[in-house]
Design a protein around this ligand. Structure first.
Ligand code: BGC
Ligand code: NOJ
Length: 827
């Protein structure tokens, strides 16, 4: 069942009922000010840091769901309603929500009154602008009252949700005409305030929540709205809010447009107040309000936003025989990659904005998805990440976005982390040809006095693996690898002990983790990422070092085949007892997804047919109609030696859930191995546009990836196998965005930046006649036509560039050439 449709021409998803199976959200803002907004206008805003500068309040895990947002209420002669349906939930005569690129438009109509609200955060602007257009579509005059509503958060979202003994006495506001100011703590420690304005006179306001809503009422029936009149309340502690009240009369056909602004302002400490030392200095706020004070200015801001997205989404476009592929690649997947760049894993409807900093591995992988759109900011990000690395190549697992320092609560020793840096740096160089990044001096642990060139960071990353091998010559698993929930050293049976950071006394003397447990996934990630380091060395003429590194990769491949090949697929790990994990010999969890794709893509055991055997096993044991499960069979018992993974009921999360992130690795691997049909099958099982038809089952947004989909074993332990099979969770902030962008664009469509130029080597469904793509790459335009006359999946028969035949499939980069017309014929 669908709950809307894609409007590709406008790059929008149009939601046609407010009762979506879960709130379907969008993100506004790309720089400092961000808002989350659902299809019923729930959500919240923050400035830069979702925990420390939370501007409006939101209630996670609330009943009913999605409570708190920016609401407009109408009281039309006793009929109370919201254009976004919620929170009053009066049945509307018409409803529509359009989530677009950085804006959301919500329209509701009731009793001939149509209210359309457009929300967006302009470029270079610290505020959310809301244009409300009210139209009387009836044949008689209408008089009604309009109320706006926003509830302030007292800045630190964590403190705001638990420190009530203090918070109920600190709230401070100021009212100046139609502008309602939130200045809690502005007198003392803060130099920032927020405001909510409207570009018209008002007939009243409320700034105190209990006066507006009533202590025993809810968002769905605020007393002031029921009464049809504001109370002009002035908050003094308790819960400060901002609500404008305006009486409006519209003749038949008449339209009224209002512009509201929810803004954030920082002031230099010596200019915080007017001469009286109490009143807010409003110079900056007034300038902000003036900037979008009319519908014309509003339109100009929207145009600028559109131009911004036109530019970003114009860098890579495709036209394929499948419009679902086109809308994923041209619009939504690229959009989601930018959102993960901006938000990392901080704030979504599943991430509360107070918990997690930037992940070392997450942020490196995100780069793969957005580097072509904003290479300069990708470079900045890579440098920030690398600056938190330790001199021995180990890494802080997370760092804080505001300080950019490693987070010592979590610490390091996640075995996969260093390898992702090799991949992100390589992706940046392949995209830009900017080898200079390798010479930049980058600190270790943020200490500039021990800085080394980026190349050295790659070296220590590479050798961090080589220097930390276990008994089979495979990388030590340490606290965890990519799978945070396989904790072969941090296992425990005591509630409250963190699986990832707890030091098992057994291993304390050995440095905190087992010197026996090994990760095959890290081994194959090493053989996949490592060759990039070798190529970089060769390019720099460091042939000896390159040969030395290559020898390590070859040795690892040998070790994998000797000790980690299970006959039909690769093992997952050796646990701290030296026992196999992810083997036919295991009772449960016989096969895992993570090591397989990287092994195939780095030709481990290819001469023995390991690649095709592995792909066959994956298809047989892991594939389902909703994607590939992470492991099979699911664990039904708690295996203490594995840590968190088997704490999840089977079918969820890392215990046999469909973890979409690593589905991409198999899509890439199948494409790499020439199985274009298989690759596309797996892609279409999880790509959101393809799951749109089953939105009722999938639940989360049909335009973005979520981290996890319930696997085939979901519900099995309660005798209801398949109960939540296909049900998505944790949408938006996931590495799946970047990896599936890589899978579809670089592996299936095969448009892949390489060190020496752009490579085109597709692996597509055989029935496709071909496709076209445009790609801006290192300052030139590539117009690519792929023809598939013989209906093969893979294999470049000929490649022509500007009319000239070229050998191989890499288009040599020529500085100065601005247009490359590329014709690729498969066969
Ligand atoms: C989750 C992982 C997540 C980790 C860190 C685990 O409990 O299952 O998906 O990456 O916590 O927050
Ligand atoms: C989510 C985390 O953000 C990511 O780093 C991790 O790899 C996966 N969970 C798998 O555990």
């Amino acid at each position: 069942m669908k709950f809307g449709f894609f409007d590709d021409a406008n790059r929008e998803y149009v939601i046609t009922t407010p009762r979506t199976p879960y709130p379907w959200i969008n993100y506004l803002g790309t720089q400092g000010f961000f808002s989350l907004i659902s299809n019923t206008a729930g959500g919240y805003s923050f400035y830069k840091d979702a925990r420390l500068r939370r501007i409006t309040r939101y209630r996670y895990n609330n009943v009913p769901i999605d409570m708190g947002g920016r609401y407009f209420y109408i009281n039309d002669n006793g009929t109370i309603w919201n254009p976004g349906w919620s929170p009053v939930k009066t049945e509307l005569d018409e409803y529509e929500c359009r989530h677009g690129m950085g804006y959301t438009k919500i329209t509701g109509k009731k009793n001939d009154l149509k209210v359309n609200v457009t929300f967006f955060v302009p470029q270079d602007y610290d505020g959310e602008v809301q244009q409300v257009v009210l139209t009387n579509e009836g044949s008689s005059e209408k008089t009604f009252s309009l109320f706006s509503f926003a509830e302030w958060c007292l800045w630190d979202a964590q403190d705001d949700s638990n420190n009530f003994q203090r918070n109920f006495s600190t709230g401070r506001v100021e009212v100046d005409g139609s502008v309602l100011y939130h200045k809690t703590e502005y007198r003392d420690r803060r130099d920032h305030f927020a405001f909510y304005s409207v570009n018209d006179t008002i007939d009243g306001y409320d700034t105190d929540r209990d006066s507006f809503i009533g202590l025993y009422n809810g968002f769905n029936n605020p007393e002031a709205v029921l009464a049809g009149k504001a109370t002009n309340s002035f908050a003094d502690g308790w819960a400060p809010i901002a609500s404008h009240y305006k009486k409006i009369t519209l003749k038949p056909g008449e339209v009224k447009t209002l512009v509201f602004i929810l803004g954030y302002v920082e002031m230099p400490v010596d200019q915080k107040f007017e001469a009286d030392g109490k009143t807010i200095n409003k110079v900056k706020a007034k300038a902000m309000i003036d900037k979008y004070s009319t519908p014309e200015k509003f339109e100009a801001g929207m145009k600028e936003l559109k131009a911004y997205w036109d530019k970003l989404l114009g860098i890579f476009t495709v036209t394929t025989p499948d419009d679902k592929v086109d809308r994923m690649v041209n619009i939504w997947n690229q959009y989601q990659c930018m959102v993960t760049f901006n938000l990392s894993r901080s704030a979504s409807y599943f991430e509360s904005g107070i918990g997690r900093g930037m992940g070392f591995r997450d942020s490196n992988q995100d780069v793969l998805g957005f580097v072509h759109q904003i290479p300069d900011r990708a470079k900045e990000r890579i440098i920030d990440i690398a600056s938190t690395q330790f001199p021995d190549g180990g890494c802080y697992h997370q760092y804080q976005p505001l300080t950019k320092k490693g987070n010592s609560d979590i610490g390091g020793d996640f075995s996969d982390d260093p390898l992702w840096l090799i991949l992100s740096v390589s992706a940046y160089i392949k995209e830009t040809g900017d080898w200079g990044l390798l010479d930049e001096m980058i600190p270790y642990d943020n200490d500039m006095s021990i800085a080394q060139p980026m190349l050295e960071h790659l070296k220590v990353s590479f050798y961090h693996i080589v220097n930390n091998l276990g008994p089979h010559g495979l990388p030590l698993a340490m606290r965890a690898d990519w799978n945070d929930c396989i904790n072969l050293s941090c296992y425990s049976d005591t509630p409250g002990e963190s699986f990832q950071t707890y030091t098992n006394p057994k291993f304390a003397a050995e440095g905190g983790y087992s010197k026996i447990a090994e990760s095959v996934m890290v081994a194959t990630l090493f053989t996949y990422a490592g060759p990039n380091y070798v190529e970089i060395l060769k390019h720099l003429g460091k042939d000896d070092e390159a040969a030395k590194a290559q020898a390590e990769i070859d040795k690892m491949k040998k070790n994998i085949m000797e000790s980690a090949w299970d006959g039909d697929w690769f093992l997952r790990a050796y646990d701290a007892n030296g026992e196999k994990m992810g083997s036919k010999e295991c009772e449960e969890g016989k096969i895992f997804i993570e090591p397989q794709g990287f092994a195939i893509m780095s030709d481990v055991g290819k001469d023995q047919g390991a690649d095709l055997k592995t792909l066959a096993a994956i298809d047989e044991r892991l594939n389902t109609k909703y994607g590939l499960v992470l492991n099979n069979p699911a664990y039904t018992k708690y295996y203490i030696q594995y840590g968190e993974i088997s704490t999840y009921p089977g079918g969820y999360k890392e215990n046999a859930g469909i973890f979409t992130h690593n589905n991409a690795w198999i899509i890439c691997a199948a494409a790499y191995a020439g199985q274009g049909d298989q690759a596309f099958k797996y892609y279409s099982e999880i790509a959101p546009a393809f799951t749109e038809e089953t939105s009722d089952i999938h639940k989360t947004e049909p335009y973005v990836y979520g981290q996890m989909i319930g696997g085939k074993d979901a519900g099995s332990d309660i005798g209801q196998t398949g109960k939540n099979f296909g049900q998505g969770k944790n949408s938006w902030l996931t590495g799946t965005a970047a990896w599936n962008m890589v899978a579809i664009s670089q592996y299936i469509l095969g448009v892949q930046p390489d060190f020496d130029g752009l490579k085109v080597d597709p692996s597509i469904p055989h029935e496709w006649d071909g496709f076209t793509a445009t790609r801006q790459f290192r300052g030139a335009n590539y117009n690519i036509t792929v023809k598939n006359p013989n209906h093969v999946c893979k294999g470049v028969k000929s490649l022509e560039v500007n009319g000239k035949a070229i050998d191989g499939c890499v288009i040599p980069y020529e500085a100065g050439t601005k247009e490359f017309n590329v014709v690729v014929t498969l066969g």
